[in-house]
Design a protein. Structure first.
Length: 78
């Protein structure tokens, strides 16, 4: 399954104009971030995050250079 996905990403990057327009070489980072998505919703059950045994929250930065980032955590009650 990974090989077809990799081919699709390479095809998208071939025609993705970000690298040509901005020249910063991180167009692939935008494509990867779009595929994964920018947000996550986790239920809170009895004051604990409702994650499964093998689940965890990770932050992935695909950019090709270090930058300062801000992370927003929003808690809403229901």
């Amino acid at each position: 399954m990974f090989k077809p996905l990799k081919k699709l990403i390479l095809l998208i990057l071939r025609y993705y104009e970000h690298n040509e327009r901005w020249g910063d070489g991180n167009g692939y980072a935008h494509v990867r971030a779009a595929m994964i998505g920018p947000s996550l919703h986790v239920p809170v059950i009895e004051a604990k995050m409702g994650l499964g045994t093998w689940q965890q929250i990770v932050l992935i930065d695909f950019d090709n250079r270090p930058r300062e980032r801000r992370i927003l955590v929003q808690i809403s009650g229901g």
